[in-house]
Design a binder for this molecule. Sequence first.
Ligand code: SF4
Length: 450
Amino acid sequence: MADARNRSNVPRGRFDFEHRPETDQSFENALAKARDGRRLDVADGVELLTTGTDVPGIDRARKERVLEAADRRRAEVVGDRVTFVANLNNNVTTACNTGCLFCNFKDTAQDFEVGTDVDHGGFTKTPAESRNVVSDALDRGIYEVTSVSGLHPALALDDEHREILEASDRGDLNYRSADAYETDPGTYAEQMRAMSVGDVHLHSMTPEEAYHARRGTDWSYEGVYGRLKDAGLDSVPGTAAEILVDEVRGVICPGKIGTDEWLEAMAAAASVGLDTTATIMYGHVENEMHRVMHLDRVRDLQDRTGAITEFVPLSFVHRNTPLHERGMVDAGASTDEDELMIAVSRLFLDNVDHVQSSWVKYGDEQGLKMLSCGADDFMGTILSEEITKRAGGEFGEFRSFSEYAEMIAAIGRTPAERSTDYRQIREVDPDESPVGPRLGPRADGTPLVE
Ligand code: SF4
């Protein structure tokens, strides 16, 4: 029976969506196709994700069979390694006016203007500040810097773009001159050049940021990503995807680009030689049909580009979000739904090798469990600026290499450090001493923090 935490294929919320989890496929047939390695269609995916639309809620015995099939597929595709990357998160600004209802990261950009004394707790970094943060972390041994930011109204692609925006009399471009703000974030190109220190791998500029970097122009996404690549960008995070179905985006992020534009931007990034990742953020107002339609669009994109290095399911964290505060959602996904999302991602995306388990979203114990549900990657160290400054672990969101090695070895798998693109993989011996990163341009095995 379905209960409050086990309610798959019970329509969420009060939204009358056109797409619903209804199929004329059967669960057993879909599972047989998955086990045989045949390509799944959307109906198959819905049957697996709901453990059958013929029964209400999630059938735990069927769920276990789906997880087993996914775990077997994972072993066939990537073996028993569990990978992780030495990375730093350097977000440039929390200022954003886009107003996504699932977001608790942003602060209204007005609060950052000169003369306001609102205590918003957010930040904006100048390019020089970004450079210092990355430079310090590079010395510590990171391989990658990940940078995803709010859409600050003063951010333009480069000087040319800024001139266009300054000269425009359109009032709908979400642009304000940097003079209006306490801190000037510079341009995207300046931030890329600043963060591209040494040979660090720069992972940045989601499709939504690329849209912001071309607003008010007729520039193509190829052109925008080409300029960003010239400024030092190495690969693109496929976040801002949320659910790639417009009737869901219209509810949770009406200010964001639509599905087609997200896909167009990602294809453009790939066409100029940038690797990408892809994500799904699920467990809010959408249903299982939307989740599988999303997987289908990602798989199609990968068929066309081959550039997606990993898929990252992100379980919606509802607390402190407008969606929850306005009573539009009561909770996120159940644990059963989380496990099935990982498993069906593995089975459906037959052209993406790596599926990530996000310990930040799932927690340590469940994050490890996901590694036997189809996932094979366990994120990164996500060193943060605060940690690099204080060289301590008191800021929570940091995972050391020795912790990684111990946790992964304890479940009988092989820990392995990876590059962002998985082209370099180094197995880590939990008994080596010290246990630290070795793939970064300045990494020598010393732990990132003491
Ligand atoms: S664009 Fe990004 S930072 Fe801005 S509100 Fe949406 S999710 Fe939050």
